[in-house]
Design a binder for this molecule. Sequence first.
Ligand SMILES: C[S@@+](CC[C@H](N)C(=O)[O-])C[C@H]1O[C@@H](n2cnc3c(N)ncnc32)[C@H](O)[C@@H]1O
Length: 299
Amino acid sequence: MNKIINSDALEALRTLPDSCCRTCITSPPYYGLRDYGADGQIGLEDTPDQYIENLARIFREVRRVLNDDGTLWVNIGDSYTQKNLNGIPWLLAFALRSDGWYLRSDIIWQKPNAMPESAKDRPTRVHEYIFLPSKSSRYYYDAEAVKEPAVGFYNAAPAGSAGTGKPNARRRGNSRTFRGGGAYTHDRAQNNSASVKRESHGLAPNESGKRNRRSVWTVATRPYKGAHFATYPEELVRPCILAGSRPGDTVLDPFAGSGTTGAVAAQEGRDFIGIEINPDYCEIIRQRLDACCQKGAKP
Ligand SMILES: C[S@@+](CC[C@H](N)C(=O)[O-])C[C@H]1O[C@@H](n2cnc3c(N)ncnc32)[C@H](O)[C@@H]1O
């Protein structure tokens, strides 16, 4: 079931019943960046505070329409005002937390193909955030569905020790540690012996080769060929859908844009409610979801 509502998000959400969606996955307009050509659009407020207040009001309604074990996955980027970083993502995260959401995770979306920037007096920004707030302290999260390959130096053995596959915390005396926790080894990552190789990839013998998904996701941006210029990639949305819902659940996107959330929901056998203020984009969403259904995804 797909439902596309051409309306302002707040007005449309008010018409939905309580607890009708398992998860909400969305990317609101950036603050002060684009004009989506519709009265009542979010993003053109005079101050960041007004923008955050408007978003928080919309997400309050999202919270009402979520199941009690539901989650919100909100992708949000930052912007500058007169050389000052606005800090928009964290302003929103704290506003949501003050509003009763449990702020469960910040996820860094790292873009390997980010646009170059002209600024030469700061590092080039190549990331945005995805915040994961939940409606309750216990909530639906399918960690198995979104495990990732166990690669990297996280569990690597310190120089000179046998490759046991045990976490490095027990051998702290011999290893250097990164700020924040993970252990690095002196030179073992270069050592080619089988046991070290296994350990340097974070694998203990007989393990599945998978580990709990980490909080930095590297996903290339990929423009949607339809007429919308601020889409997020399907592969960014997929883990949110897989972790946040079961097949047959309903996924919500109150800023549906070109319908990326809806397309992945259809591919993964979830129902979808999309809200979009611009009627032209609603037409794009309908065509995109029709194409998904023709390819064999569940209607
Ligand atoms: C960043 S885009 C979303 C893109 C989408 N994630 C995708 O991949 O296509 C934000 C969308 O929010 C819509 N929008 C802005 N203000 C809105 C409002 N008050 N209610 C509903 N939609 C709104 C814009 O028209 C725009 O399409």
